[in-house]
Write a protein that binds this ligand. Structure first.
Ligand code: NAP
Length: 426
């Protein structure tokens, strides 16, 4: 049975399409739009899974808003979407009653509001905005009871679980996802950080009992990447100290530019992956020597024998054993992905005797997204723009991300914007 809202077309009867890098008159929605589209028959390498197509501009429901996308951020989630693994997103949506047989991803956007649903009164055509990626059904009983929407059964990530993300000229979003764009940022800068930034904000501020406190030490994996650069800045703004883990010195210097107090090169160690089983005495000895040496690096940077209060995790299988080993007694390993693998091993001896917490985290709720966006609007968080590329580079950018190349902040794609500097308030 379909649980989709009734949607109406907001397209003009006279305008067919507009070129990439341009906009129609404010409020005039073309019938069709250019988009980078994934189809199930092409699942696999992002280089070929994405292809340029012209598709119908999406209709909107009463609580939805249509955004003319000026710039779109690249995230790892559409590497997964292109592969059709671990979730076939098109099939998953069809099971929920949606009819489209394609996926237009993209979970970060800056843009201009072009149409609003009949039930939306707080957003106007012409508003300059960014979009947060948390999506849910507003009539979900869990949410109606006042609980965290991101823990509800209907919670999803926009532009990954849902269609019509920011890799088309027009994106469909729920009204509550819309946030004000920081006026001092260009369209490209504004599109860069919201998904990773709001995710990092929830990870660090969202888990009561282990939220980041003044002076806390935090170990941040992937310190030069999308999540990592946002996490270190959020730690700094909360008065904490972030230590970045990276795979070379250039990445380490980049991480320190964005809030880390120091960095560890993980290539100096080799105890990664699933450790030897507990009754393999020699193997265990060797593994713990590696993990302890890594921990000593943390102490060196901290300036005392201090373990991290929070370990900010996303590599998963390769690093979880070290993360659990290193977190301080009563501390938390908070994780939002398993980029290196999903089969992670936890040595329960350290986990229970030292009463540590392994906390999953996903996406953002409105409150967390608004708090994060305020830090951006106030100029306290840099969006960490890496490369700015044309729309035709969406396939290549995802393929490179999937291979772990070009890991310096956030890659951005120009859609309606003509150049990387356009959009800053003068
Ligand atoms: P990214 O910019 O590509 O960064 C990934 C980082 O992982 C790199 O900086 C890399 O750093 C590090 N890395 C790669 N291989 C590693 C290994 N074997 N051991 C340790 N670190 C390794 O990606 P991102 O945007 O930060 O996203 C990272 C993951 O989080 C992705 O899987 C993404 O889908 C997920 N994510 C989830 C959510 C959510 O809400 N659940 C939100 C955002 C992102 P070095 O090679 O320099 O160490």
């Amino acid at each position: 049975m379909s649980n989709q809202p009734e949607r109406r077309s907001v397209a003009s009867s006279t305008v067919d399409t507009v070129d990439i890098g341009s906009l129609p008159l404010l409020g005039v929605v073309p019938k069709k739009m250019h988009a980078q589209v994934i189809r199930p028959s092409r699942y696999g390498d992002p280089t070929t899974a994405f292809q340029h197509e012209e598709v119908e501009t999406p209709p909107i429901g009463p609580d939805e808003v249509l955004i003319a996308v000026m710039a779109a951020g690249i995230n790892y989630n559409n590497v997964w979407a292109a592969r059709g693994y671990p979730v076939d997103q098109v099939a998953a949506r069809q099971r929920r009653g949606e009819t489209e047989d394609f996926h237009i991803g993209g979970s970060d956007a800056s843009g201009i509001v072009y149409a609003v649903g009949d039930g939306v009164d707080s957003i106007n055509v012409g508003d300059e905005v960014v979009i947060h990626p948390g999506v849910w059904d507003n009539d979900d009983p869990w949410i109606a009871a006042g609980r965290d929407p991101m823990l509800s059964p209907s919670a999803k990530i926009w532009g990954y679980d849902t269609n019509f993300g920011s890799f088309g000229q027009f994106a469909r979003v729920q009204a509550h996802q819309v946030l004000p764009k920081a006026p001092h940022l260009s369209w490209a800068e504004a599109a860069a950080p919201t998904l990773v930034g709001t995710t990092a904000y929830r990870m660090l501020h969202g888990w009561q009992g282990n939220t980041i406190q003044e002076d806390d030490l935090v170990l941040v994996w992937g310190g030069s990447g999308g999540l990592g650069t946002q996490a270190s800045q959020i730690v700094r703004e909360a008065g904490g100290r972030a230590i970045a883990v990276v795979s070379d010195d250039e990445r380490g210097r980049y991480a320190m530019k964005y809030g880390a107090i120091g960095y560890i090169n993980r290539r100096d160690f080799d105890h990664w992956g699933i450790p030897p089983l507990v009754d393999d005495v020699e193997g265990q000895k060797k593994w713990s020597a590696g993990a302890r040496a890594f921990g000593k690096k943390v102490w060196e940077i901290a300036g005392s024998r201090e373990d991290p209060a929070i370990v900010f995790e996303h590599p998963g299988a390769s690093t979880i054993p070290t993360s659990i080993f290193l977190a301080q007694t009563g501390g938390m390993v908070v994780i939002c992905a398993g980029t290196t693998g999903f089969d992670a091993m936890v040595d329960l001896r350290y986990h229970w005797t030292r009463q540590k917490r392994l906390q999953g985290s996903h996406g953002t709720n409105d409150e967390q997204a608004q708090a994060y966006n305020q830090l951006v609007v106030d100029g306290k968080i840099d969006p960490c723009v890496g490369r700015v590329l044309p729309m035709s580079d969406i396939p290549r950018a995802h393929a490179e991300m999937g291979r772990g190349e070009e890991v310096f902040g956030n890659t951005v794609i120009l859609v309606g914007a003509k150049d990387p500097d356009q959009g800053r308030a003068s």
